[in-house]
Design a protein around this ligand. Structure first.
Ligand code: KG4
Ligand code: ZN
Length: 366
């Protein structure tokens, strides 16, 4: 089953052709990072306009690289939320036009479910292969907008264990990079600055580490404030922030504080739920220190750990094609042409804590 997948939820215009949820025939990503750099973050209006300019060439390139025409596809999938409404609309409306013209089903995909399924994509560099159907799986999603711990009981079957109470992990990277004057996007900039740094150089907080009532929750706003206060104190002491050694130590200590708490709580969740596999995904999972910390601590549990190769960690359309395939396999087709965009769209849970059913689109049913 060949799916053309389209992703425009934030600042990457992406299209991919994915077969049977794992074989990637094409994965094209046109990034807008350079456009947004001067704003120090993603500027929504600029993002949607750029999607309009890039979407057709990106889709054409993906189809050409995959050697397939629109009529050679079995379905078209598109991210319908969560994300920036104006950006999502470009992908959704383009996908509707394509699906209508080629007379193919149109599948709505939740961006967070896409990140989860980035772990199911084939990649030659994955020594450990892909996670099989060995459920339950504990999934940590760490991106610019989300930090969520999920128990996955089967394909498309999710229970939320916890998540951030304030900033997402990626947001913390981006804000601290601004404090350190490292530019946008903050994650890769902090990672680079931290290369020769000592992660133990400063004592930074690990929030909610022993909070029984927030066992699987995270909080990064206190860490951001601690960094702010530390930087101010160092400046008062006459330390030069531009000193590459000091900058490296600050960046390394921050990364380690984030990685420690993410990995510890993921390990705790895996043990508490009897997880048979662990998956980490989302833009922050590209972070080398997080990957190394996770490999060292989680492998010791004897539970297989999966983290996608770098190109599938940050936003891409291949992961949307994988998620669409698994959801399509397990559910009757939704009426794709009637789909709308949802700026806030939770991961569809089997049953929320309140006992309400949540539908596949993430909308509460009565
Ligand atoms: O998943 P993603 O591409 O977009 C969202 O769905 O949000 O994640 C983007 C986030 C940004 O906050 C970015 O700073 C962070 O992922 N990121 C990283 C790294 N690469 C991207 N954070 C830490 N280390 C990295 N190497
Ligand atoms: Zn994302």
């Amino acid at each position: 089953m060949k799916i053309l997948a389209i992703e425009t939820s934030c600042d990457e215009t992406a299209a991919a052709v994915v077969e049977d949820g794992c074989v990637v025939h094409a994965n094209v990503v046109a990034t807008q990072i350079e456009l947004h750099r001067r704003f120090g973050g993603v500027f929504p209006e600029v993002a949607s306009r750029q999607h309009v300019l890039a979407i057709q060439p990106v889709i054409a390139q993906a189809l050409a690289e995959a050697g397939v025409s629109a009529r050679g596809l079995d379905a078209i999938a598109v991210t319908h939320g969560p994300g920036l409404a104006g950006s999502l609309l470009v992908g959704v409306n383009t996908a509707k036009g394509l699906a209508f013209a080629a007379d193919r089903p149109l599948l709505p995909v939740n961006h967070l479910e896409g990140h989860i399924y980035s772990n199911w994509l084939d990649a030659p560099e994955r020594a450990q292969g892909r996670p099989g159907d060995n459920f339950p799986i504990v999934v940590l999603i760490v991106s610019g907008g989300h930090t969520e711990l999920i128990e996955m009981r089967g394909h498309g079957r999710y229970r939320r264990l916890g998540g951030t109470l304030d900033d997402a992990a990626g947001e913390a990277f981006d804000k601290v990079a601004r404090l350190l004057d490292l530019g946008f996007p903050g994650g890769p900039a902090i990672q680079q600055a931290a290369e020769a740094g000592d992660p133990g150089a400063f004592d930074l907080p690990r929030a909610l580490r022993h909070a029984a009532d927030h066992r699987f929750d995270f909080s990064f706003s206190g860490l951001k404030t601690a960094m702010f206060n530390l930087i101010r104190r160092l400046a008062q002491e006459g330390r030069e922030l531009r000193d590459p050694h000091l900058l490296a130590d600050l960046a390394a200590a921050f990364q380690q504080a984030v990685a420690d708490v993410l990995v510890e709580k993921t390990a705790d969740a895996a043990l508490a739920t009897g997880a048979r596999q662990i998956c980490i995904c989302g833009g922050v999972s590209a972070n080398r220190m997080l990957r190394d910390t996770a490999a060292a601590r989680l492998d010791a549990l004897g539970i297989p750990l999966y983290i996608p190769p770098l190109r599938y960690c940050t936003d891409n359309a291949a992961m949307i094609g994988a998620a669409a395939y698994y959801r399509w396999r397990s559910q009757p087709l939704p009426d794709g042409l009637a789909m709308d965009v949802h700026a806030s769209l939770p991961l569809p849970e089997e049953e929320s804590d309140s006992g309400q059913q949540v539908t596949a689109s993430g909308v509460m049913a009565p």
